[in-house]
Design a protein around this ligand. Structure first.
Ligand SMILES: [Zn+2]
Length: 182
C-alpha cells in the first residue's frame, strides 16, 4: 500500500550509526547541482556526494524551471549573507541524462495531457522534450544566460550522465554565465 514503513525502517538503521549531527547548512563544496528527478540520477550516487557536500535541486529533466530559478534566487541571497570567513559564491552544475523520461513528451498524446495539466500550449510543452541531452543541457544554460535575474559572475557548467554506462561527459565547461562581466 505505502512504502513509508520501508523508508522508516531504513532510516532507523541509518540513525543508529548517525554521526553528521554537527554539520551546518553551509555545503562543503560551493556547488548547486540541478538535475532530473529520475531515480537513477541521484547526485548522491553519481557524484558520490556525502551529507553536507552540496545543494541539490531536482526537476523533471533537470530543466532550470521557473521554480528552480525561484530557489536559486533564494539560495543566492542566503549565500551572500552566510556567516563564515568569506561570502559564498556557489557555482551551478546542470546535469541532463540519457534515457530521460522527458523524451516521452515528444509523443503528441502525452504532450497534450501535460499541456492540459499545466495550462500550457503544446508548443511550450514541446520545448521540454529531452531526447538529446547534449543539446538540451546547452539550451538550458543558454536560456539561463538570457535570464536577467541571474548574476553575471555565476559559474555554470553542463554535464550529461549516461545511465547505461554510469559515466559523465562535460558538455559545457565551467565558466561565468556572462564572461564579459566576470
Ligand atoms: Zn530524466
Amino acid at each position: 500500500m505505502s512504502d513509508v514503513a520501508t523508508l522508516l525502517e531504513r532510516n532507523q538503521k541509518i540513525a543508529e550509526s548517525f554521526t553528521d549531527g554537527g554539520l551546518t547548512g553551509r555545503p562543503r563544496l560551493s556547488t548547486i547541482v540541478i538535475t532530473c528527478v529520475d531515480a537513477r540520477v541521484d547526485p548522491v550516487h553519481i557524484f558520490g556526494l556525502e551529507p553536507g557536500d552540496a545543494v541539490v535541486i531536482r526537476t523533471a529533466g533537470g530543466w532550470i524551471t521557473r521554480g528552480a530559478l525561484h530557489d536559486l534566487a533564494i539560495l543566492g541571497v542566503l549565500a551572500a549573507n552566510a556567516p563564515g570567513p568569506s561570502p559564498m559564491r556557489p557555482e551551478l552544475v546542470v546535469v541532463h541524462h540519457t534515457q530521460c523520461g522527458m523524451g516521452q513528451l515528444a509523443n503528441p498524446g502525452i504532450q497534450q495531457q501535460v499541456a492540459e495539466r499545466l495550462g500550457l500550449s503544446v508548443e511550450e510543452v514541446a520545448k521540454m522534450v529531452i531526447t538529446d541531452p547534449t543539446m538540451t543541457v546547452r539550451s538550458d544554460i543558454d536560456r539561463l544566460r538570457r535570464t536577467p535575474a541571474m548574476p553575471d559572475g555565476l559559474v555554470v557548467s553542463g554535464l550529461v550522465y549516461d545511465v547505461a554506462a554510469g559515466t559523465i561527459d562535460e558538455i559545457v565547461a565551467p565558466a561565468p554565465l556572462r564572461p564579459d562581466h566576470a
